[in-house]
Design a protein. Structure first.
Length: 255
């Protein structure tokens, strides 16, 4: 009986909080389409966050679960026709570049999604075409950076850590491309042979305020090697835009 009373009190308090802050959560989903799902969180006069939704049938009801900050936001889906999107960046002209894990680079322009480039990549459980970054000097050089997985012998290993004759068969690569004529050209490999696996391949790219490119690499399921400076997995790498090692990195001659 006491538990029931507590439960009633909690429900009353929850309703009271919602009334005070005038919070509405709207979830609408058209089940006739693979995914045409839009969620909107309205909090008084809020700012707006836009996000790109995946195309899937299983709806994650905890999609919006971040705690509120001092700023008030509502969230609006702007695209839902993508398959396994992983990274996206705004270009200076406000168009959006998106990577899909299957190897597609897409451009969202004037509300339309266009395939502009395809990379031959290895898609396992947590691998494929992953990170994307735009050069801080994009207006001058048109550089785009991509992180993707490939197989050493073009096979598709189905097991977790694929190693043959001592050579790891699942690897990751960081490359720089030139965005020109609405496609990507002139791939230049900056870092190769980053350890990969079906799980834990990493792949986030971000430029810091120092103008250096930061790359996260997964431990490739080699947890004990993450502290080994000679193992590129399980690290945050820091490099110049041409792939060279900055002189002021914490470890000499090391990313």
């Amino acid at each position: 009986m006491r538990k029931l009373i507590y439960l009633i009190i909690i429900i009353i308090l929850a309703v009271f909080v919602v009334k005070i802050f005038n919070i509405q959560y709207v979830l609408s989903c058209d089940k006739d389409i693979e995914l045409e799902c839009k969620r909107t969180l309205l909090i008084n006069e809020s700012r707006k966050i836009t996000f790109i939704a995946d195309k899937k049938t299983d709806i994650d009801y905890n999609y919006i679960d971040s705690p509120f900050t001092k700023e008030k936001y509502y969230v609006e889906s702007i695209k839902s026709d993508l398959i396994n999107p992983w990274g996206f960046e705004f270009l200076p002209d406000k168009t959006i570049l998106v990577t899909e894990r299957d190897g597609n680079v897409k451009l969202i322009e004037d509300g339309e999604t266009k395939l502009i480039y395809e990379i031959k990549t290895l898609v396992l459980i947590e691998t494929g075409l992953l990170g994307l970054a735009i050069d801080p000097d994009f207006d001058e050089n048109n550089y785009i950076y991509l992180y993707y997985t490939y197989s050493l012998d073009n096979s598709k290993p189905e097991y977790l850590i694929a190693v043959d004759d001592g050579k790891r068969k699942v690897l990751n690569r960081l490359s720089r491309f030139t965005f020109k004529d609405r496609t990507l050209k002139n791939e230049q490999i900056l870092i190769d042979n980053i350890p990969g696996s079906s799980y834990h391949s990493g792949g986030r790219l971000e430029f810091g305020p120092d103008g250096k490119l930061y790359v996260t690499t997964g431990d490739a399921q080699e947890i004990l090697l993450s502290q080994d400076p000679d193992f590129l997995g399980g690290k945050i790498l820091r490099l110049n835009t041409d792939g060279s090692i900055p002189f002021n990195n914490p470890y000499e001659n090391s990313y």
